[in-house]
Design a protein around this ligand. Structure first.
Ligand code: HMG
Length: 390
């Protein structure tokens, strides 16, 4: 039995901040962002669009009524949770109308946890072959105004349906994780933005990539020659490019190296327009690769490098299924171009708006554009979600 990703959906916010505008406002050379980080724009979410609305929107893009009857587990991977107790997956389960006899949970380890969620989903389907599991990687990456991380913010969710006989990517059993207790990026409960040792975090990312990939090749007797593409966690595309250059095997023939490079370039296109979406970044890279590459065929193997600060990294792999292209969109870049551009002043107001709770713990919000779902209000500390057009 093969198990893996049957469908992938994606949602981001309806507002965008152009890097050239941010550069002008912060007195930076625009090339620092366009070439130094390889970013063009960041998705900016209003207060009515959070990890729950974005994840539900991403799932709504792909799920049929049949899926909703057969899903028996919903896992949300996030590090921008809206509640310390109630799992975001419970709200999403209700918003999507998934049948009641399902398990709904949230998982955390910085940007890594969606990889653990995939693994759990795969093990679940191995035991229960009729099951479908919905894995949602959903985050809003917020570092703060005028901080070094400000240029690497973003918002978005990737939804993946995991089942047997998948139509997109058959996941392999060979995976290798590495844990290293470091303080490169963390967010204590009392802080709305993370603490970051930026340069140190980039060095750790690259070192965990190198050491995990070396051990992976040794343990599973494989090498880059066995793969058509290598996807990376994408905090910003330039770091992934450094990672790509690090793992590149110069003994491979020029056409093979060129194909890997062309596929790498396809994998960063969405991230360049969206920024960091933490748990979803790696999978946004996979989606970008699948929807934009002209150098992939069924049967090709893909390697994926997952990295979450703190830190846990994992390399896992899969094989493209027959007909994978039929599951994908071809116009996603055009829809991203439809987002409403914000001035820097508008972005500062919108992205950092906090709910103004009254004495009963209730708040209402101005109207903002969202996808199909929105946070409508807060009533006595309860978040009330619904369809955006209600
Ligand atoms: P910074 O201070 O904005 O930038 O910090 P910099 O001075 O290091 O410059 C960035 C690049 O731009 C450099 O390129 C410069 O040379 C270049 P490099 O030398 O590295 O190749 N540059 C220029 N290029 C062209 N024209 C110019 C120009 N000026 C400079 N005029 C930093 C960058 C990443 C540290 C910052 O944005 C940050 O702290 N970001 C947040 C942390 C982060 O993203 N870390 C990545 C690894 S950790 C991770 O991936 C996990 C994470 O996703 C969270 C999680 O797991 O939950 C973050």
């Amino acid at each position: 039995m093969t198990i893996g990703i049957d469908k992938i959906g994606f949602a981001t916010s309806q507002y965008v901040l152009k890097m050239k505008d941010l550069a002008a406002a912060r007195g930076e050379d625009p090339e620092k962002f366009s070439k130094g980080l390889m970013l063009d724009a960041l998705s900016i979410a209003p207060i009515t669009d959070d990890i729950i609305t974005l994840a539900a929107s991403a799932a709504e893009e792909i799920l049929t009524d049949e899926d909703k009857e057969l899903i028996d587990m919903v896992i949300v991977a996030t590090e921008s949770s809206v509640d310390q107790s109630k799992a975001a997956a419970v709200y999403i389960h209700q918003l999507l109308g998934i049948q009641p006899f399902a398990r709904s949970i949230e998982m955390k380890e910085a940007c890594y946890s969606a990889t653990a969620a995939l693994n759990y989903a795969k093990l679940h389907v191995e035991k229960h072959p009729q099951s479908r599991v919905l894995v949602l990687a959903s985050d809003i990456a917020k570092y703060g105004i005028n901080t070094p991380g400000e240029s690497t913010q973003g918002a978005g969710s990737v939804a993946m349906l995991i089942k047997k006989d998948p139509n997109i990517l058959i996941l392999h059993d060979e995976t290798l994780a590495q844990t290293r207790d470091i303080m490169d990026f963390w967010r204590p409960n009392y802080s709305t933005t993370p603490y970051v040792n930026g340069i140190y975090s980039t060095k750790q990312y690259l070192d965990l990539l190198k050491t995990t990939w070396t051990e992976y090749q040794k343990r599973f007797e494989t090498s880059l020659a066995d793969f058509a593409a290598f996807c990376f966690h994408l905090p910003f595309p330039k770091l992934a490019l450094k990672g790509f250059n690090k793992i590149m095997d110069k003994t491979l023939s020029s056409p093979v190296q060129e194909k890997l490079r062309a596929n790498f370039e396809a994998s960063i296109l969405y991230s360049q327009q969206i920024g960091n979406i933490y748990t979803g970044s790696l999978f946004l890279g996979l989606l970008s690769l699948l929807e934009n590459s002209r150098h992939l065929s069924a049967g090709d193997n893909i390697a994926l490098f997952s990295y979450g600060s703190g830190a846990v990294a994992e390399i896992f792999t899969g094989t493209l299924a027959e007909g994978f292209k039929e599951q994908l969109l071809s116009n996603r870049l055009e829809s991203l171009a439809q987002r409403s551009p914000l001035s820097v002043a508008e972005y500062e107001k919108m992205f950092f708006e906090e709910a103004a709770l009254d004495e009963s713990g209730s708040a209402s919000f101005d109207h903002y554009k969202t996808g199909p779902f929105a946070l409508k209000k807060i009533t006595e500390h309860q978040r009330i979600y619904g369809e955006a057009n209600d």
